[in-house]
Write a protein of this length. Structure first.
Length: 55
């Protein structure tokens, strides 16, 4: 009987929107990049000037 009820009145399915998932992923990646940049900057000797990648 319970199966029949679920077939006639299916339970609500919670679906996270793709936009929200992409936004969350981009925020997590941005936080990782910020942390990596802070770590890289902290490891540079005083007065160090990096060379540009593109000339």
């Amino acid at each position: 009987m319970g199966v029949l009820v679920n077939l006639v009145f299916p339970p609500a399915v919670q679906v996270r929107s793709a936009a929200a998932a992409v936004e969350r992923l981009s925020e997590e990646i941005a936080a990782l990049l910020d942390a990596a940049g802070d770590l890289a900057a902290a490891r540079q000797p005083a007065g160090h000037r990096s060379r540009p990648f593109v000339r």
